[in-house]
Design a protein around this ligand. Sequence first.
Ligand code: MN
Length: 231
Amino acid sequence: MSFVFTPPATVSVPVVGLAERFPVNRIYCVGRNYEEHAKEMGFTGREPPFFFLKPANALVVIDSGKTGSMPYPSMTQNFHHEIELVVAIGTGGKNIKAADALKHVYGYAVGLDMTRRDLQNEAKKTGRPWCIGKGFDHSAPIGAITRAADAGDIENAEIFLQVGGQDRQRSNTAKLIWNIAESIEHLSAAWELQPGDLIFSGTPEGVAAVVSGDTLTGGVAGIGTLSVTVN
Ligand code: MN
C-alpha cells in the first residue's frame, strides 16, 4: 500500500518491565467523577457518567524517572491541571458488564487531563463542544503503563498532584463516583471499546492553574509518579 504522504507514527506508551510498548488508539475521558470536584465545578450529586475525547496525539509520553515538558498552550490565561488514574484497555468489546470489565484492562498509568479552563467555561456557557478546552495539542501528559497484575489495589489508591512541591490535589480512587468497572460498562454501551483505548477516569478536587516554569508531580499509589514542566 502507498500513501500520498508519510502516515504519522503510531502513538505509544512504555510498559513497566517490558521492551514492547502499548499502542494507543483513542483517549476517552470521564467528566466530573469525584464528588468534591463536581462541587468545585458547580455541580452536586451522582449524575450518569459522561465522556469526552482527546486525540491520541495529544499525549505527552514521559518515561519513568524522567521529567517531561509541555508547552503553555495558546489562547488561555487559565491552564488547569487535573491528575487522573488512566485505564489502558487491552481487550475490546461492547456492552461490557461491570462484573466482567476488569478483564478488559491491560494496565494503568498516571495522567494529566490538562484543560484550558477559560475556554471550557466559555464552551459550557454557550453550549458549544469542549474540544478547544480539552482536546488541544500536548493536553495529555502520561507516564508508563503498569500491567494490571502489578498495580496493587487500584480501587483504593491514593492519588495526588503537587506543583513546585506543594500539594494541590490529594484524594483516593475509592472516591470515584463511577469506579473503573462501572465507567467501562457505561463507555462500552456508547462505543465499542478497542485494544489501545485509554480512559482518563476523572480528577479529584483541587484543580487550579499553572504557569510557565511550574513543575507538576503527580502519582497514584501502586502505579508510580509523573513529572512534567510547563515551558
Ligand atoms: Mn478530567
